[in-house]
Write a protein that binds this ligand. Structure first.
Ligand SMILES: Cc1ncc(COP(=O)(O)O)c(C=O)c1O
Length: 356
């Protein structure tokens, strides 16, 4: 006897990267920022009052959204705070996709998307990315032909780190008949002059996902938000989201994090420097590594190497170094490596290169 909906019984759940309890493990598998959060966040943590915990939090997470409005130059009705970026993905599906209608994704991309689609009882319309990880010229047409009401596009792309520029995003939004959600989980690590937020004033179907998990070193806090035209944001903010999905601690600490841009930016610069160094070292060793604008890189194991990507993943794990391996057709020969501190990256290279 099972009480699950049929679709839930048949689907496979999302498999998150391992989170070992052993602090000695070098964790380069879930794209966390290797640097600590701003000292102002840690200071703010000491000022949480018992009264703030006794009461329900602000339903709109007004402290952190106030900072976000200033940071992005948007109005309050163009922002919605969520329990991590993942909750925004789920809410976008709930709000814009009639159950059973297709959700559009580029293939490959974030492996949570098909799981959320399955829960919603929606098929996934997949369009394969070109060899350079950009969408093919007929991407929007393919989504329109399939009647897709919501397309999820991660930029910088995961797992390659490839970045589409603002003109490309704008053209896609213009061509798509449904909503385009640009998942910018990793955008903080991209070139500082890359910015697509202004596009939400020009396209009524374009919404942006942001998270504090990566750029602000707060994956443990669970805080993200959406930026978009009020016509997309308000149905989520006032109807489909839970009243209190962002708690008082997240609101308070998130505001402190966004207010301290100089600390966050210093960590982004450090990640970029290490990303370039690691990429070069991997290329010198024979790996193919596309240019990444994220806090990870995707390394294809050289042909003729003594071990496959799956074997390298397992051998690194034995040595206490976690990276990510996806056993899917396009990614089977690759390792996705989160950018660590200089010492962590050196340890990875010292372990990996002799195995080739
Ligand atoms: C592509 C992508 N989008 C969104 C998220 C959501 O992150 P969070 O829920 O931690 O904000 C992640 C997390 O790994 C991600 O990789």
């Amino acid at each position: 006897m099972t009480y699950e909906r049929d679709i839930i019984r048949r689907m496979a759940g999302y498999v998150p990267g391992e989170q070992p309890s052993n602090a000695d493990v070098i964790k380069l598998n879930t794209n966390e920022n290797p640097w600590p959060p701003s000292p102002r966040v840690m200071q703010a943590l000491t000022t949480i009052s018992a009264e703030a915990l006794r009461r329900y939090p602000s339903p709109g997470a007004t402290a952190v959204m106030e900072e976000a409005a200033t940071l992005h130059g948007v109005d309050h009705d163009q922002l919605v705070a969520t329990n991590g970026g993942d909750e925004l993905l789920r809410l976008a599906i709930t709000t814009f996709v009639p159950p059973g209608q297709p959700i559009g994704i580029a293939e490959p991309s974030y492996s949570l998307y098909p799981v959320l689609a399955a829960i919603h009882d929606s098929p996934v319309h997949r369009v394969a990315l070109d060899s350079d990880w950009s969408p093919p010229a007929d991407f929007a047409a393919a989504m329109n032909d399939a009647g897709v009401p919501l397309t999820l596009l991660v930029n910088p792309h995961a797992p390659s780190g490839h970045l589409l520029d603002a003109d490309t995003i704008s053209a896609l939004a213009g061509d798509l008949q449904g909503v385009l959600l640009v998942d910018e989980a990793y955008v903080d690590f991209a070139d500082p002059d890359h910015d697509v937020t202004a596009l939400v004033h020009r396209h009524d179907n374009l919404m942006i996902l942001r998270t504090l998990s990566k750029g602000y070193s707060l994956a443990g806090l669970r805080l993200g938000y959406g930026i978009g035209p009020a016509g997309l944001i308000q149905p989520i903010a006032t109807k489909t989201r839970d009243s209190y999905s962002v708690d008082a601690v997240a609101d308070h600490l998130g505001a402190a994090a966004l207010a301290d841009q100089s600390s966050a930016r210093a960590s982004w610069r450090a990640v970029r420097d290490e990303r370039d160094r690691l990429t070069q070292a991997l290329r010198d060793a024979g790996f193919t590594v596309p240019d990444s604008q994220a806090n990870f890189c995707l390394a294809s194991v050289p042909e003729g190497a003594a071990a496959s990507a799956a074997q390298l993943y397992a051998a690194l794990k034995d040595q206490g170094i976690l990276v990510r391996h996806f056993d899917t057709p396009r990614l089977r020969d690759d390792l996705r490596i989160s950018i660590g501190t200089p010492a962590q990256n050196d340890a990875l290279l010292a372990a990996l290169l002799p195995m080739l």
